[in-house]
Design a protein. Structure first.
Length: 757
């Protein structure tokens, strides 16, 4: 099965406008081919193919000094057309073979099968490219002198000075008990046979341990794979800082390569064209790596990953991401197949033992735990609240004053609580619903104000989940909405991260009353359910109550011990299995809908303007570029609607838009016609902005993959005057809210004026 998949898919399919059912089976292919033969019969073609294979087998025997060749075993030496009847209706190999299952073990088998397909296909395509790049004379010489291995070694050889750069970097860390322990952990990790896992609590020095592991494994290149762009940003800043490689710049190449950022060593130093993935250390998102296993033209990326030392940072985030969890497991399985040459490290403070055991089959002895040297003491309190109320009774809305971080499960809660308290708190707001320039600026301001030994500009950070992992910030008090065990501990890692406080730190957990009662109703429960984490979150809360940890003085080692214990309970296993199977099923549908067969499309005249468009096959959900009017909420609940839009189109075709995106569900009102902003745009846009009226929704949505043609989620007062004035404003229109202190970001007018979720 693997051979037929590799042979069939080592070239992309030709593009065909109409789907022909005869191209879906072996019998159909034979019928098409036979019907187009003129001077040569099908039997004649088979005989010629057999002679070629026989000649190649003879060359192989001479090359290897063997009497027989494996090649001679893969084809029949007789022409038996009757055997075609046996495979007449056999379907051609699917590119990705995932089917809905009811057991994790069955998904595990599918992951292994797809990983093997990835490997064989990547090797065949890469070998094909190597040989095709040779002249007939050069190929003859390689075969004659039996040094085809040199060709492979040249392609894979990678010699750098990374070893010495890491050595120099590590000498900057002063000797201490913590440094010694980090070295011991790195040594243990380096001795793991294939896939090593570093379980390191917040602030334990996971970056340093990862580098020391790479040093011991004699790494020539590190590909550091992260789940989100924000994690890449934080890691890039960390590695180019004086704590790590600043003194070695520009000799060492630290590269960040995401869809949005492509720089080397400094944020202003763009990566030259053709030099992507050339850094000594390449920091990238998993999306960039997935292109190697879901497309045809970037298959060499998988060879690069197989050849490099790979660190999967914050890998626990993939567990509840549909399709990402399956494809991530595929990538790790590809590396695992290299055995002692796998050179792969999975890193997380919360390594999700259940996923590692059941999906990835990683043994407990390969999970190495770095103890915490953080002396901080914690007191955890649970604050049960009515989620409908948005006042002082709600911990997420309560006024804060000291060095505090408030983390909500949604951007919307962070936005609304910030607006409520904007004139009382010295706060900053960070979430995912900003335009690019605002997000970058606010990210930097948050880091500068809440980093180690900072001079705080702000006392309070109100944020969505965007800050819960790999952002090296700290606080003296934290409020967190109830969430999974993994997120619970990740967020806690931003509370007295550097062990500076002598008194216990309060970790206040906001628990929606309905979840406290064990119910699955309410906005919070519905959100967690959509995130495939409700069952696990409820189980974690029940576990903590059973352990009676509330208001005890507790330290990090005890908390992480409780985390391991939780993963061993039957209640947790059942809950996590339930969430994971639901997530896998959604992932299978995503892969079927989004991961299309590699197709060769006839070249068209280029109209490229140098701007990024949204792929039709993105696995991160259906998003579109959007535009919206600005509203001012400094005097909230009074709202002032401004005659300006969130961003202006760039003057040059080569410049990127400072834009936003929104989910298709949000644009179309989550199936509620009263909330559908796309339908509103279709009926009003041509009168407000101009141009021809769109007669089909799908036309607007298809155009909105291009930032030049966004979906409008709201209009300015001047625009609304052309269609009846303020009364014609859509009651669920989404605006880009701003206040005197900072931007608020994209938010529905309904959310600004009511307590509606």
């Amino acid at each position: 099965m693997q051979r037929s998949h590799t042979i069939y898919w080592h070239h992309a399919k030709p593009y065909r406008k109409e789907k022909d059912p005869e191209f879906s089976t072996f019998g159909g292919i034979h019928k098409k081919l036979n019907g187009n033969l003129s001077s040569l019969s099908f039997s004649g073609i088979i005989e010629k193919a057999q002679r070629i294979l026989q000649q190649v087998a003879e060359i192989d025997c001479k090359y290897r000094n063997n009497e027989t060749s494996l090649i001679s075993r893969i084809y029949s030496e007789i022409v038996d057309l009757d055997s075609l009847d046996n495979i007449k209706t056999t379907p051609l190999p699917s590119y990705k073979t995932y089917e809905l299952e009811n057991r994790i073990d069955d998904y595990r088998q599918q992951i292994t099968t797809n990983a093997l397909h990835n490997l064989m296909r990547a090797c065949v395509i890469s070998a094909d490219q190597l040989i095709s790049g040779l002249s007939a004379k050069d190929l003859h010489e390689y075969i004659k002198f039996k040094n085809l291995n040199v060709l492979v070694e040249k392609a894979l050889s990678l010699e750098t000075n990374l070893f010495s750069y890491i050595q120099d970097c590590l000498t900057q860390f002063p000797p201490s008990e913590r440094t010694t322990k980090q070295s011991q952990i790195a040594a243990q990790l380096s001795k793991v046979e294939d896939i090593a896992v570093l379980a390191g609590p917040a602030g334990c020095g996971k970056t340093k341990i990862s580098l020391e592991w790479a040093l011991l494994k004699n790494a020539q290149q590190i590909i550091w794979i992260c789940p989100r762009v924000q994690v890449c940003q934080g890691l890039f800043d960390e590695l180019i800082s004086q704590d790590y490689f600043e003194l070695s710049l520009p000799s060492i190449k630290i590269e960040i390569n995401t869809g949005e950022f492509k720089f080397i060593n400094r944020w202003e130093n763009a990566t030259p064209e053709g030099q992507h993935f050339s850094g000594d250390i390449v920091i990238t998102t998993i999306d960039q790596i997935f292109s190697a296993i879901i497309s045809h033209n970037k298959v060499n990326t998988l060879i690069n990953v197989l050849d490099a030392h790979v660190v999967f940072d914050e890998f626990h985030e993939y567990v509840a991401m549909p399709a990402f969890n399956l494809l991530f497991a595929e990538l790790v399985e590809c590396k695992k197949s290299q055995g002692s040459l796998a050179n792969t490290l999975l890193v997380s403070a919360t390594p999700h033992y259940f996923f590692l055991n059941t999906v990835m089959e990683i043994q407990p002895e390969d999970i190495i735990e770095m103890p915490s040297f953080n002396p901080s003491k914690y007191s955890i309190e649970f604050k049960v609240f009515d989620e409908i109320l948005q006042d002082e009774s709600n911990p997420l809305y309560r006024v804060q004053s000291s060095n505090t971080i408030v983390i909500s499960n949604t951007a919307q809660t962070a936005q609304k609580s910030f607006i409520h308290n904007q004139n009382i708190e010295n706060a900053i707001l960070l979430h995912s619903k900003f335009k690019k320039s605002d997000k970058h600026k606010l990210f930097d301001e948050v880091y500068e104000s809440f980093k180690k030994n900072s001079t705080p500009k702000y006392n309070v950070l109100r944020a969505g989940p965007i800050v819960q992992a790999s952002l090296n910030i700290t606080s003296d008090y934290m409020v967190s909405e109830l969430t999974t065990a993994e997120n619970f501990l990740q967020r806690l890692g931003r509370l007295d991260r550097f062990g500076a406080n002598s008194t216990p730190n309060i970790y206040s957990v906001a628990v929606p009353e309905l979840i406290h009662q064990g119910k699955g109703t309410g906005a919070a429960a519905r959100f967690l359910n959509r995130q495939y984490s409700f069952a696990a979150t409820k189980a974690w809360y029940r576990f903590l109550q059973t352990e009676e940890i509330e208001n005890q003085i507790i330290q990090l080692p005890t908390l992480y011990s409780l985390y391991r214990k939780f993963h061993e309970t039957e209640l947790a296993k059942q809950a996590m299995e339930s969430d994971l199977l639901a997530c896998f099923k959604q992932g299978v549908q995503l892969i079927k809908n989004k991961v299309v067969d590699p197709i060769t499309i006839p070249p068209k005249k280029s109209t490229e303007k140098g701007r990024s468009k949204i792929s039709k096959h993105s696995l991160r959900g259906e998003n579109r570029f959007v535009q919206m009017a600005v509203c001012e909420v400094s005097q909230w609940p009074k709202i002032e609607f401004m005659n300006q839009y969130a961003y202006q189109p760039p003057v040059s075709d080569r410049e990127q838009f400072d834009n936003l995106t929104a989910a298709l569900d949000e644009i179309q009102g989550y199936g509620d016609s009263d909330r559908n902003l796309l339908a509103y745009m279709k009926s009003k846009h041509h009168n407000i902005i101009g141009g021809q009226k769109a007669f089909k929704d799908f036309i607007l949505l298809n155009e909105a993959r291009d930032p030049e043609f966004p979906v409008y989620l709201s209009y300015t007062p001047e625009g609304l005057d052309r269609v009846g004035g303020e009364s014609s404003r859509h009651s669920y229109a989404v605006y880009y809210a701003v206040c005197d202190k900072q931007p608020i970001g994209a938010i529905s007018i309904k959310q600004l004026t009511t307590n509606e979720d």
